[in-house]
Design a protein around this ligand. Structure first.
Ligand code: PEP
Ligand code: MG
Length: 756
């Protein structure tokens, strides 16, 4: 059974034609399960019907023709109930619906299971026998397992198929939409620029060849190049390698010269596939074959094949034109690596679409700072086929559109225009005081990381920097920056804002922030070696960084230092010892720097309970609501599958925020909040209501937040926030806040808040 399961999933996974592969699948299941019929119906949202996509056992003429509404027959019943139906005699069921021409008459017993992906019913799969009698428990369990596995691959194949512009029944389809998680607000229309990850056979996807002759030539050329590279390396290393190692090169060259492999790839290209996926399919076949061999030596050859495949692939990918990112491109990829941060900062990128990650991934945070519309976690997006295609990114709702209709285009163009007008209106608030309508001052600071953030922040009239993420400049390099290099970067920030304070956070790597030159590979990176933990284990890194910060602050005295990911008081003590030592060392060297204010980030649940203890050791507290939410709710901030349950307005988070401010007030220590919650107008109102008076956010949100705070009364906000603490659901919290703002006459759309 497991073998059948694997075969079926692989078949659909590697498909270029969903219908063709479902036909193979139903045949396999029919034979494997020893039944007379196996069929698959899929839901086609464009025609609002279930469509018979494949059958082995019923009338082949009915495929693509027989359709059922949401209320018709047993298929609809299974779709509605979202559970299997196991019937001894289907014809006796009250919902049985006879479809003429389907050829179901001889079959009595029926097992129908829903195909569900992310809570959405994609279709129904059935098996039937002529003899009456319920299917056995193990058969039912197997079909449920199979449909759960199949659901993901069908969803993906449907998404890929959607690019062809046809719906399941072959009708034309416009406004093809892929849903992800809203990462950064705004709308952009532009051409996709696909970021291809470094040659990885598993990430290559099927794409039709635009020009078969050209693909064939590319492939032959790549083979020739790899062959001559291998021969050259062999000659270069001839005197250094043992004969058996040299022989390996001969084996590689031999594999490339053996036409069996080349011919298999050529055959697939001739059938209309582009060279990259043709190569990947054939190489995977070889690798699977070697991996299944008992003999240890031969099994190891799988690794050789993988290496060889990667070499050829890298030449194919190098030949893909247009590697430079064109202006106004929409970046599309599985991951957005720090190598493109420079392009982002230069303001040349219209939008970002990422198939992984979520709203609080660091790529999204960076994009928000730069006001680049961004969508994260668009898991089903067939990104490989999108190079050069026109897309629309709706960063408010988290949707990417393809093949736009004229009406939709007009709609999005009008949103772009409204956005520009709103931004222009907000500009008038730059120099007015940041205070509530009853005159309570709220200091609004910015979060920075890139050098360009400085200019953007100053334009918005910020009260200083509440969080400088020092890891960002570290991520853009290929080695740790030296003390001098760091000092220069820090000096630029401190000078730009002086005399306003700049809060620099000690390096916070780990989690989803990795440095290529300092890889941390862990099963649970967010619970692993991250932030202060790394820095205390590497006092030499800590020392270089704090020395650079202190030197940069000379004669400016606006530096504040902040420690990330603190879980215990002992970590604070250890860090303070290093900071004191650095000041002493520098003073001894004749650099007259003072001890800066030192603060702790409260972003781990344990820290919420330790605020009073911290207060005796340090000068300020800053709440990191992004991580605090992730750790309190046990929801990975980076995982699109659980993005819908990640919400910093969750009542549990609000209760923790209340505890922190109460403890800080009792301990007599100032407290600010620098997570994304501060930049969300609903979040800012809540925080002010809870008593927070210092908020730090992306510069792009600062004026929107100022605008809403100037319209509210602090007493009113306190009453609202106190009420929120008694609610039990983050969605209710949000709608309560919206309602309260609306009743207070504050227009939500002016704040960029769309109706839910
Ligand atoms: C936070 O966790 O809220 C925070 C501000 O830090 P980062 O997002 O960089 O982890
Ligand atoms: Mg954090």
């Amino acid at each position: 059974m497991l073998h059948l399961l694997r075969q079926v999933v692989e078949e659909v996974n590697s498909t270029r034609d969903l219908q063709a592969s479902l036909r193979t699948v139903v045949g396999r299941i029919r034979a494997g399960m020893n039944v007379q019929v196996c069929s698959v119906f899929l839901w086609d949202a464009h025609v609002n019907r279930y469509v018979l996509m494949a059958t082995d056992g019923l009338s082949a003429d009915a495929i693509g023709k027989v359709t059922l509404t949401q209320n018709e027959g047993l298929i609809a019943l299974v779709g509605k109930r979202e559970e299997p139906l196991n019937l001894s005699d289907a014809t006796r069921h009250p919902n049985y619906h006879h479809v003429p021409g389907l050829g179901e008459e001889p079959f009595k017993s029926l097992l129908a299971v829903p195909i569900i992906h992310h809570r959405k019913v994609l279709g129904v799969m059935t098996i039937q026998r002529t003899e009456p009698g319920r299917f056995g428990d193990s058969e039912e369990a197997f079909m449920v397992t199979l449909s759960a596995q199949l659901a993901g691959v069908i969803a993906h194949a449907e998404a890929t198929g959607a690019l062809s512009g046809l719906n399941l029944m072959g009708g034309e389809q416009l406004d093809v939409r892929f849903a992800g998680v809203a990462g950064s607000q705004g709308v952009a229309i532009g051409k996709a620029h696909v970021l291809v990850p470094p040659s990885d056979l598993n990430s290559v996807r099927y794409r039709p060849a635009r020009d078969i002759a050209a693909e064939l030539a590319l492939f032959e050329n790549a083979l020739t190049k790899v062959r001559s590279e291998l021969t050259a390396t062999r000659e270069r290393l001839r005197s250094e390698l043992r004969p058996e190692e040299l022989a390996l090169f001969n084996v590689y060259v031999g594999i490339l010269e053996d036409r069996a492999l080349g011919d298999a790839v050529v055959e697939l290209i001739k059938k209309g596939e582009w060279a990259q996926s043709a190569l990947a399919t054939v190489m995977r076949r070889y690798i699977d074959h070697f991996e299944s061999i008992e003999d240890d030596y031969l099994r190891e050859r799988a690794a050789d094949m993988r290496d060889l495949g990667r070499r050829v692939l890298s030449h194919l990918q190098a030949s893909v034109p247009d590697v430079a990112i064109p202006d106004h491109a929409i970046l599309v990829g599985e991951e957005i690596s720090p190598t493109v941060f420079g392009d982002l900062a230069a303001g040349r990128i219209a939008a970002i679409v990422c198939t992984t990650g979520s709203a609080n991934s660091h790529v999204a945070i960076l994009a928000r700072a730069l006001a680049i519309p961004t969508i994260m976690g668009v898991q089903e997006l067939p990104w490989q086929g999108l190079q050069g295609e026109e897309l629309v990114v709706d960063g408010y709702r988290g949707h990417v559109y393809y093949r736009l209709s004229a009406e939709k285009r007009q709609y999005f163009e009008s949103i772009c225009k409204e956005e520009a007008e709103r931004e222009a209106d907000l500009e008038s608030l730059t120099d007015v005081a940041s205070e509530t309508s009853d005159g309570v001052a709220i200091s609004l600071m910015v979060n920075t990381g890139l050098q360009t953030d400085v200019v953007r922040s100053q334009n918005k009239g910020a009260d200083g920097v509440g969080l400088f993420r020092t890891e960002v400049p570290f991520m853009m390099r290929d080695r740790f920056p030296s003390e001098d290099e760091q000092a220069k970067i820090y000096r630029a920030q401190l000078e730009a804002f002086a005399p306003l304070p700049v809060t620099m956070r000690m390096l916070d790597v780990g989690g989803d922030k990795s440095l290529d030159y300092f890889p941390i590979v862990e099963d649970n990176p967010f619970l692993g070696w991250r932030g202060i933990r790394v820095m205390l284990d590497h006092p030499e890194l800590f020392m270089v960084q704090i020395r650079a910060m202190l030197r940069a602050s000379l004669n400016l005295n606006n530096l504040k230092v902040m420690l990330p990911m603190v879980t215990s008081v002992s970590e604070v003590e250890e860090a303070l010892a290093i900071i004191h030592r650095a000041v002493l060392e520098l003073n001894e060297e004749g650099v007259a720097v003072n001890l800066p204010e030192v603060g702790v980030m409260v972003e781990v649940p344990s820290a919420v309970y330790l605020v009073k203890e911290f207060a005796t050791q340090i000068d300020f507290i800053s709440v990191g609501s992004n991580d605090l939410t992730q750790y309190l709710l046990a929801v990975d901030r980076n995982n699109p599958r659980v993005a819908n349950i990640y919400d910093s307005l969750h009542p549990a988070v609000l209760k923790a925020l209340k505890m922190v401010i109460d403890a800080a007030n009792e301990g007599g220590i100032p407290v600010s909040l620098c997570g994304e919650l501060a930049g969300d107008p609903l979040g800012a109102v809540t925080l002010v209501g809870l008593g927070y008076r210092h908020l730090s956010m992306s510069s792009s949100n600062l004026l929107r937040v100022k605008s809403v705070l100037r319209q509210i009364d602090s007493g009113w906000a306190h009453t609202i926030a106190s009420g929120l603490l008694h609610l039990d659901d983050p969605k209710v919290v949000r709608s309560t806040l919206r309602l309260a703002l609306r009743k207070a006459g504050i227009p939500l759309t002016d704040l960029g808040i769309l109706p839910s």
